[in-house]
Design a binder for this molecule. Structure first.
Ligand code: FES
Length: 175
């Protein structure tokens, strides 16, 4: 009996990564092409997830904190899932040993969501990253594109409450 072969889709992720590689190569891995490359990544993936940001940071030899900063600063970019505000807790080794897991747990409890989710009012998305390239100020968090170091559960919750209250004014300050 002849078996019916289902046409398998090509591996879309690989194809998209390939597209990203081509875009970075075409831009000669220039760091000032970051926005254009993020655009391409977002149009290929639909959003900018942590792994993709890390991939771009490596490709352009940029600190991950810089790539996160740009990706979260501009409204045209969205990290999955996309609330009005973003809070990325670093779970890299340096931050983890200094208690970032407790920070993440406290934020999940405070916001009544799990990491990777957005609050029901669509205000805050909570995410995690492996290393923001800011280990010297561990544990680090990125609030709306601004890297803030030496956090603990209490200070992180204060920031979230401030976001909820005042809809936070973005700061362009870098670490
Ligand atoms: S491990 Fe958190 S910034 Fe490097």
């Amino acid at each position: 009996m002849q078996t019916t072969k289902t046409k398998t889709e090509p591996n879309k992720v690989d194809q998209r990564i390939k597209l990203l590689d081509i875009t970075m190569k075409r831009n000669h891995y220039r760091q000032d092409a970051l926005i254009e490359i993020l655009h391409k990544a977002q149009s290929a993936f639909g959003y900018l997830e942590p792994d993709i940001l890390e991939y771009i940071a490596r490709g352009l030899k940029l600190p991950l904190s810089r790539v996160y900063g740009v990706a979260t600063f501009y409204h045209l970019f969205s990290l999955k899932p996309s609330g009005v505000h973003s809070c990325v807790v670093c779970m890299g080794t340096a931050c983890y040993v200094k208690g970032s897991d407790r920070i993440l747990t406290a934020l999940e409890k405070e916001l009544s969501i799990h990491v990777g989710e957005t609050t029901s009012d669509n205000q805050i998305s909570l995410m995690s990253a492996r290393c923001l390239g800011a280990c010297g100020i561990a544990p680090a968090i990125v609030f709306d594109g601004t890297v803030i170091g030496k956090q603990d559960p209490e200070t992180a919750i204060e920031k979230v409450k401030a976001i909820e209250k005042s809809k936070v004014i973005r700061s362009k300050e870098w670490i």
